[in-house]
Design a protein around this ligand. Structure first.
Ligand SMILES: *Cc1c(COP(=O)(O)O)cnc(C)c1O
Length: 375
């Protein structure tokens, strides 16, 4: 069986966990958390990185920092994971879905302005598959209308847009280190705070609403309840695991990119035969090979193709059910304009197995099985 995903271990995770344990530093914000923060800040050039339990938690922090109030609107794609919307719905916000581009499957920046109302507070671009959204245009629109930009960069660790790290371009950005992502800690994430206005409050919200971080830096002589907040920080064992992965993030990305290119070459004949469309990476984007997907020319074939692949021991999957066609997505949000591309693309997409260590022989078998399924 060729699994869809296989978590990659660098080999140093357990060593670092033992080290953290040995030092009796098991709660959050110890030495390994600090090393992860430094690494993330250096690597992304974000002003402030804060580890969280998940990207979901980082997005929830961003929604609090953005001061989302009942009825405030947040513009986002419908073609995304539920956490993009949930974080704002939890604060009383209303997701406003706009359609996606056919090339990258990212939010169509040309449709954003028409969705802005007096209640709009933020734009949440999602960098699908680690391929950057059209951030210059999005930032310019946000600036003109006084909106915040919160990047859902869950899939975007190590990827760039015009040389800048995804997650470090908007006012805030959220990373995921979930087992299914490129750099992992099981469950895990980080909030990147790229605008100084939010830094102090971000630390407070993450530490149950207290100024504990300032206390430990000696900036205040006791720590007290300052604001709303929750426990958004992971323990040191997670940070120790994550640090081992971050150290190898470059190598992980290169190996994934190699596997991605192997698929891209193997599948070119199927595209030329008009059976599929391969991913498109705009010139200004440096992707991270988070996923390899194909778009079937005939969507009616998808169930058959997935079943065929599975019966040949190839575990391929599809996603997402667009938010605007899911029960909670309809209840809590609304669409602006039609969702033509979202509906079409989400029904035609198949994700192929991709992980660090997949062999060329396995990839050949996947490509060959896909060809057989389609013909
Ligand atoms: C994975 C993912 C999330 C959620 O990440 P967690 O770390 O599991 O909370 C959010 N948004 C997108 C686009 C994702 O792919």
């Amino acid at each position: 069986m060729i699994p869809f995903n296989q978590p990659y271990m660098t080999g140093k995770e357990m060593l670092y966990i033992a080290e953290a344990n040995f030092n009796h530093m098991l709660a959050g914000d110890g030495q390994f958390t600090k090393r992860c923060h430094d690494w993330l800040e250096t690597n992304s050039t974000s002003k402030k990185a804060l580890l969280t339990h998940s990207c979901t938690a980082a997005l929830e922090m961003a929604a609090i920092l953005a001061d989302i109030q009942q009825g405030d609107e947040v513009i986002m794609p419908s073609y995304t994971f539920v956490s993009t919307a949930n974080a704002f719905v939890l604060r009383g916000g209303v997701p406003v879905y706009v359609d996606i581009r056919t090339d990258t499957l990212n939010i169509d920046e040309s449709l954003i302005e028409a969705a802005i109302t007096p209640r709009t507070k933020a734009i949440v671009p999602v960098h699908y598959a680690g391929v950057g959204c059209e951030m210059d245009t999005i930032m310019e629109i946000a600036q003109r209308h006084g909106l915040l930009v919160i990047e859902d960069a869950a899939q975007g660790v190590m990827a760039k847009y015009k040389g800048r790290s995804l997650g470090a371009i908007g006012h805030m950005g959220a990373y995921s280190f979930h087992e299914t992502k490129n750099v992992i800690s099981g469950e895990g994430g980080a909030l990147l705070v790229n605008d100084d206005r939010f830094t102090d409050r971000a630390e407070i919200i993450r530490e149950k609403g207290t100024n504990r971080s300032q206390f430990f830096r000696g900036q205040v002589d006791k720590y007290t309840w300052q604001d709303v907040g929750s426990s958004f920080l992971p323990g040191e064992l997670i940070a120790a695991f994550l640090y081992a992965q971050l150290e190898e993030a470059d190598a992980i990305t290169q190996r994934r990119l190699n596997a991605w290119r192997v698929y891209h070459d193997l599948l070119e004949p199927l595209e030329n035969a008009g059976l599929i469309r391969r991913p498109i990476i705009p010139a200004e984007c440096e992707q991270n090979a988070h996923m390899y997907y194909v778009l079937l020319s005939d969507g009616a074939q998808r169930d058959h193709v997935l079943k065929y692949l599975r019966s040949a021991n190839v575990n391929a999957v599809f996603h997402y059910v667009p938010l605007h066609s899911s029960p909670a997505g309809m209840k809590f949000g609304r669409v602006n304009g039609d969702m033509k591309n979202t509906d079409y693309l989400s029904e035609h997409l198949i994700r192929l197995p991709l992980w660090v260590g997949i062999t060329e022989a396995q990839q050949k078998m996947v490509a060959e099985t896909l060809r057989a399924a389609l013909q």
